[in-house]
Structures are given as structure tokens and as C-alpha cells.
Design a protein around this ligand. Structure first.
Ligand SMILES: Cc1cc2nc3c(=O)[nH]c(=O)nc-3n(C[C@H](O)[C@H](O)[C@H](O)COP(=O)(O)O)c2cc1C
Length: 304
């Protein structure tokens, strides 16, 4: 009787060929899906901009509907320290050839496009971009009706990304949305819920001295112009509070918002504070910030 031939070489070559075929297939699928992943991420981000702007309609949210509503916004790149828009020359000089493709989060990985916050980093973001991408909706007279500002900061488990919309006074909050985070479902993730997000609408960001005067309190401690936190999610609430205060502050959008307000001749007027926010204070205080005026050369751009 003949012994079965040991055929290790054949077995190994079949296994290797199989591995090679599988890896080529997986890579091809990954590469093939990349454009639709990028497109879906863009669509999701644009939806969240509409949510923060109070312009999202769940009943008509096809890509076409979202794109149609999104047309109302101009994309602008803001120099955060000066508070002005970058025109095309300044964009080229800054190494941002396409404002629509600019990603401020990615820019924080580039030394030339961002600054190290060192110990002065309440939002836990490490580096702040020098330039931010904002979305501006103007009224018929060409005046900003609202601005949607990207915000990000560390929650309990990771970085939370969102958008904050301010009304034309650059003080009253119109809405807020969060589109990426690692908080726990049922606890910190409740920041996404419409009921909690609705608490932000109508509150004021700054006091009459121009200092940031909003944030998130611990649950059950209502305070004028602050949002009541989520029970069992104090740490996420603190993260959201810190990020809001950071981005509304001097290192964030404050120079830009001051400049917009100055340009439109508006001042901070909190006389219309809603009765629901006039409740007893707790012991939390907002971070102080200072005034900084800036000129506003205009550069336009529509997001594709
Ligand atoms: C598994 C697990 C997940 C948690 N996730 C969150 C979270 O996403 N956000 C948060 O603030 N707290 C979370 N907590 C609770 C925090 O540890 C902490 O107890 C809570 O923030 C305190 O809030 P409270 O003072 O309102 O009770 C989690 C706790 C556990 C055990």
C-alpha cells in the first residue's frame, strides 16, 4: 500500500493564495467604499449643522433635501485670534486652497495651522486650530442671521464634536447638536436627545460685560442662562460646559463674535432673558474673558 504523500508545500501555497485573494478583495472593497463613506460623513455633518440651526426636518431628509437647505449657508474661514474672515489670498497664504475641504480638527495635527494650549486647555483638546470653518446664514439685507460654529471638547470617555448656533445678536443661542462622541448610551449620550438640546435654545452666551456666562449645571441646580445637567451624567455635562465656555471664549470664537456684533452695531442685551431661566443660582461660575475688537474683511464661499 502506498503512503499518502506529504504535501506541505501545496497546502501552504493554497493558504497563501487564499490570504492574498482575500486581502486584495478586502482592500478593493475598502478603497471602493471610501468615497461613499466620505460622502455619508459629509451628509451627516451637514444634517447636524441644520439641526443646530433649527432647520432640520426629519420628514424630508434625503441627501437632496439636506443639500437644498444647506445652500442657505456660506462657508467661511475665520482667523480665531483676530476674529476676521480669510479672503482667497489669505487662504492661499495659510495653505488652505479649498475652504470647503478645510478640516479644523485635522489642522490641529499640523504645527503650522494650530497652537499648543499647554496647561490652558479647559476643553481638553490639546491644540487649537488657528483657523475655524463657520457656516453663516444671512438675511435679505446680507446681514448675518445666524452663525453655526463647530465645537469640540473632551467628555467623560472621549472627544465630543458638535455645532453651536448663535442668533444675529451673536449672543442668543439658537440651537446645539452633537454628532460624534463616546459617551454612554442612556447616560452621557443623552446630550444628543432633542429634549436636552432644546434647553439651550434662547439662552444668552455672554453677560453685559461680554464675559461668557453660560454652561451646564449639575442636574437639579437651575441657574439663569445655564442648562440643567443630566442626572447621572455630571461628568459629560462638565465636559460640554467646558467646551462651550472654551469656544465662546477668547481662545475660541469670541473675537469673531465681538467683531460681527460691532460691525452690525449690536450690543449685548440680556433684558429679554426667558422667565424659565430666571431661577435660583448655584455655586458654578463662568470663565472670565476680555473684549477684543477686530475688523471683518469678507470672503464668501458656498459648501459643495
Ligand atoms: C459603565 C458606566 C458608564 C458611565 N458613563 C457615564 C457617561 O457617559 N457620562 C457621565 O457623565 N457619567 C457616566 N458614568 C457615571 C459617572 O461615573 C459618574 O458617576 C456620574 O457622572 C456622576 O453623575 P451624578 O453626579 O449626576 O450622579 C458612568 C458610569 C458607569 C459605571
Amino acid at each position: 500500500m502506498s503512503k499518502p504523500k506529504s504535501n506541505n508545500t501545496k497546502t501552504i501555497s493554497v493558504a497563501l493564495t487564499l490570504c492574498l485573494v482575500c486581502s486584495v478583495l478586502v482592500s478593493a472593497v475598502a478603497v471602493g467604499l471610501k468615497p461613499s463613506q466620505i460622502e455619508n460623513a459629509r451628509l451627516d455633518r451637514n444634517k447636524n449643522i441644520l439641526v443646530a440651526a433649527g432647520m432640520y426636518d426629519a420628514e424630508s431628509d434625503t441627501p437632496k433635501d439636506v443639500a437644498e437647505r444647506f445652500k442657505d449657508f456660506e462657508v467661511k474661514i475665520v482667523d480665531l485670534s483676530k476674529g476676521n474672515y480669510l479672503d482667497d489670498d489669505a487662504l492661499n497664504e495659510a495653505g488652505i486652497p479649498d475652504r470647503n475641504a478645510y478640516d479644523a480638527s485635522q489642522a490641529t495635527k499640523n504645527q503650522a495651522l494650530s497652537e499648543d494650549l499647554g496647561d490652558n486647555d479647559p476643553a481638553g483638546i490639546g491644540r487649537v486650530p488657528k483657523y475655524a470653518k463657520v457656516y453663516v446664514k444671512s438675511d435679505d439685507a446680507g446681514q448675518p442671521e445666524m452663525v453655526v460654529l463647530p465645537i469640540q471638547g473632551y467628555g467623560l470617555w472621549g472627544t465630543i464634536y458638535g455645532f453651536l448656533t448663535l442668533e444675529s445678536d451673536m449672543n442668543t443661542i439658537k440651537g446645539i447638536s452633537f454628532y460624534e462622541h463616546k459617551e454612554t448610551p442612556g447616560l452621557g449620550a443623552r446630550i444628543e436627545e432633542p429634549e436636552w438640546r432644546a434647553k439651550w435654545s434662547g439662552i444668552h452666551s455672554y453677560d453685559e460685560n461680554g464675559d461668557v456666562a453660560t454652561g451646564v449645571t449639575k442636574a437639579g441646580n437651575p441657574k439663569e442662562n445655564w442648562v440643567d445637567g443630566i442626572s447621572g451624567a455630571t461628568l459629560t455635562g462638565r465636559g460640554v460646559s467646558n467646551m462651550i465656555q472654551f469656544w465662546l471664549g477668547e481662545q475660541g470664537y469670541k473675537p469673531y463674535l465681538d467683531a460681527l456684533r460691532e460691525e452690525s452695531g449690536k450690543t449685548i442685551d440680556n433684558a429679554d432673558t426667558q422667565a424659565s431661566q430666571l431661577t435660583q443660582p448655584d455655586n458654578q461660575t463662568a470663565q472670565p474673558t476680555t473684549e477684543l475688537a477686530a475688523a471683518l474683511p469678507v470672503a464668501n464661499g458656498k459648501e459643495a
